[in-house]
Design a protein around this ligand. Structure first.
Ligand code: NAD
Length: 371
């Protein structure tokens, strides 16, 4: 018997459930049927996950009477591309997928984003089911409806807002997730605690041993809380016109670092962890954060072995990268800061000297601002 919980996410166009528990892969077909879904199912996964989890999923689809086919994408961020989406379209056309048919993503954020984009565009929209298999995908990319692929000019340049019909999150798949990937996902959960859920923050602080050991109960608790927090923010601002931007906490520095180091050096969550350490320090330096917020942020990030330092990159170069970010508005870099734990505000027009000071205190190479 597995543990199981279900909660709803509300988006403008529809409301959909997230099933969270153990042993759900083998129950997927039954869950889909219970929710009234029938017909054809095209599963999209990658070359690594197909060996690990395709069999129980396909078995459960068969048992529940779904006719199904599978598309296998090579493993890696570089395959989050239009060329691979076309492969999904080809399979969908050959399988004669209809609007009521299902496109099922079995994988991490790469497979989820790519499959979701294919689902949003094929026949102007078929039913999209997410089965996220990384911690990051379970708490972040599978919630909120952003789908898309990369373009040679930038990450996630092509995409849509397209909500899934359902998310099925099986905690057991995390058993095979590499330590670094697990930690990267934890960074997004820590982010949710820092900007929106003080209970989650306290839980992460006091139950770190259980979390690090991937205890089922601990995972259930933190994944549920992080999903609920993100879902609530998305409910308020589905198309990122306002409050949803707080989810970019840690991303201003984090994204600049990813671009500067050419991706591949840091996992996304690691770069965000450094970015959160930086944002907390900036909050303290500009006097927006209460005393102690920076120290507690650092304590939590270090507790989970996440990086909090900037490698020897010129501070000014990183600052320049931030100004080029696609999220910059009217030339102003936007900062998400935490006045207290569990609360976030968005600020722009912060003094560049303070940003540079914070970057240097974190390990970047100083040198002053050139005009
Ligand atoms: N849509 C959104 O809102 C959103 C939010 C955040 C990130 N993203 C996107 O998500 C992507 C990153 O996702 P990710 O971190 O999940 O990376 P990923 O999908 O590349 O997965 C990371 C690695 O883990 C492997 N893996 C996945 N599940 C596994 C499991 N259970 N056991 C063993 N190995 C497993 C994958 O094959 C891959 O090698 C990026 O493309 C990013 O842009 C999207």
């Amino acid at each position: 018997m597995g543990i199981e919980t279900k909660f709803q996410v509300k988006a403008r166009a529809k409301e959909y459930p997230i099933f969270l528990g153990t042993d759900l892969l083998r129950k997927t077909g039954m869950i889909l049927r219970k929710e009234g879904l029938t017909g054809k199912a095209l599963v999209v996964t990658n070359s690594k996950l197909s060996g690990l989890y395709l069999k129980p999923l396909v078995g459960s689809l068969e048992q529940a009477g779904f006719s199904h086919q599978v598309v296998i994408i090579p493993d890696g961020e570089e395959y989050k591309s239009l060329a691979q989406v076309e492969k999904v379209y080809d399979a969908a056309a050959a399988f004669r997928l209809e609007r009521s048919s299902l496109l099922i993503a079995l994988g991490g954020g790469v497979i989820g984003d790519l499959t979701g984009f294919a689902a949003s565009t094929y026949l102007r929209g078929v039913k999209f089911i997410q089965i996220p298999t990384t911690l990051l995908a379970q708490v972040d990319s599978s919630v909120g409806g952003k789908v898309g692929v990369n373009h040679r000019e930038g990450k996630n340049l092509i995409g849509a807002f397209y909500q899934p019909a359902m998310v099925i999150t099986d905690l057991k798949v995390l058993d095979t997730l590499e330590g670094r990937e697990f930690k990267s996902g934890l960074a997004e959960i820590i982010k949710a605690g820092l900007i929106g859920d003080p209970d989650l923050f306290r839980y992460l602080l006091t139950q770190s041993e259980k979390v690090k050991k991937r205890s089922t109960n601990a995972l259930l608790e933190i994944i549920r809380k992080a999903c609920l927090f993100k879902a609530q923010v998305v409910e308020e601002d589905e198309f990122e016109l306002g409050r949803r931007a707080i989810l970019n906490y840690g991303h201003t520095i984090g994204h600049a670092l990813e671009v500067e180091t050419g991706y591949g050096v840091y996992r996304h969550g690691e770069a965000v962890a450094i970015g959160m350490a930086g944002a907390a320090l900036i909050g303290e330096l500009v006097g927006i954060s209460r005393p102690g917020v920076w120290e507690q942020t650092m304590e939590l990030l270090k507790l989970y072995g996440l990086p909090v330092e900037i490698p020897g990159i010129p501070a000014e170069r990183l600052f320049g990268r931030m100004a080029l970010d696609k999220k910059v508005k009217k030339g102003e870099i936007r900062w998400v800061l935490t006045p207290k734990l569990g609360e976030a505000v968005i600020k722009d027009k912060l003094p560049p000297e303070i940003i540079l000071e914070a970057l240097c205190r974190m390990g970047a190479i100083g040198g002053g601002l050139s005009s």
